[in-house]
Design a protein around this ligand. Structure first.
Ligand code: SF4
Length: 331
């Protein structure tokens, strides 16, 4: 209990200091858009799958700069990160730099050797997407034959080695009735479960209705910040080409880290957010209950092309208390 309180305090202090100093405390690094699955809800556009990714050497240079800038929480995601032949070199490099590492993977390529390396790496968490415990439902979503068995095997290999695991999925028409089973499975394993958390896909309205963000902090809405995940203030995403952006779900604003280095690009990203927040947070909508009624700015961007709009039906539901806001707190 005392330890838990200390660690909460530590993380709170870290967050406060990062925000004060505009340090990119939390970075999600997308290492490739290539993937061996073809999930029906994937937000990576098909045309991006074969885009040339940064080399390991270029990634190391960015990691050096992130460390200097004060990044601590580092997530690696894709596409599917284990399609990269150099993934273990990248992970070991990041580990030696002292980052607190989370991996987001579909798990299907994790074999005995990789599981053993992940154990030695003492990662914060390996997050695996488990759509369903029903094989045919799972593969109807992943659209990859044989994927269910491979993913279940990866979970087993990592669990046997006590690698900290997370299990997550999205609520879709195909697995809606299976979510409780996945939740119970995660509980039985004693692993962190984020079941039914959505990702944004501009082509799928039902996913847009999800309230939780896969990458951001679930912080209370705050009138000074439009982005509850602190995108551009203390968190950011780097895409496989080395461009900085606000959120994995939107390709905006895309500032290249190669030009002027990461520090310069991060400053530009800060300025983009400050400009949006300055324009919005002084408005009457942003005060009082208006803050709690806000929608995720990235979803607003996907749906309306601006960061500040909340659909009327959602505002009504929030007011009535039939749904919770994006930080999961009652209005
Ligand atoms: S595993 Fe992830 S990146 Fe790959 S297709 Fe599915 S959602 Fe997209």
């Amino acid at each position: 209990m005392i330890q838990e309180r200390h660690s909460l305090q530590f993380s709170h202090n870290l967050q406060a200091s990062a925000q004060k100093n505009y340090a990119p405390l939390r970075v999600l690094f997308e290492l490739t858009y290539d993937c061996n699955f073809d999930c029906i809800h994937c937000y990576v556009p098909k045309c991006n799958r074969k885009i040339k990714s940064l080399t390991a050497k270029e990634i190391f240079l960015i990691l050096n700069q992130l460390q200097e800038l004060g990044c601590f929480h580092l997530g690696f995601s894709g596409g599917e990160i284990f399609l990269r032949k150099d993934i273990l070199d990248i992970l070991w490099y990041a580990k030696k730099k002292g980052f607190n590492i989370i991996l987001l993977t579909n798990g299907s390529l994790i074999n005995r050797h990789i599981a053993e390396e992940l154990r030695k790496l003492t990662l914060n968490k390996v997050d695996i997407t488990l759509h369903s415990l029903n094989r045919s439902h799972f593969e109807a979503i992943s659209r990859a034959k044989g994927s269910y068995v491979k993913v279940m095997r990866a979970i087993e290999l990592l669990h046997q080695r006590k690698v900290p695991l997370g299990i997550k999925n999205c609520s879709l028409a195909l697995n809606r009735d299976d979510l409780q089973g996945v939740k119970e499975f995660a509980e039985k394993l004693g692993v962190v479960g984020r079941i039914g958390a959505g990702v944004i896909s501009s082509s799928r309205e039902d996913i847009m209705q999800q309230d939780t963000c896969v990458s951001g902090d679930r912080q209370k809405p705050d009138s000074r910040h439009l982005f509850p995940c602190r995108a551009g203030t203390s968190s950011m995403v780097i895409n496989p080409q080395g461009q900085l952006k606000l959120c994995p779900n939107i390709d905006y604003p895309l500032i290249h880290a190669r030009k002027g280095g990461v520090a310069e690009s991060w400053r530009k990203l800060n300025n983009v957010v400050k400009k949006i927040e300055n324009e919005y947070c002084v408005s009457p909508q942003a005060r009082g209950r208006g803050v709690a009624l806000r929608w995720c700015p990235a979803k607003s961007w996907v749906k309306y092309g601006n960061f500040t709009q909340t659909p009327a039906d959602r505002r009504n539901a929030l007011e009535k208390g039939t749904i919770r806001n994006m930080a999961g707190v009652p209005v």
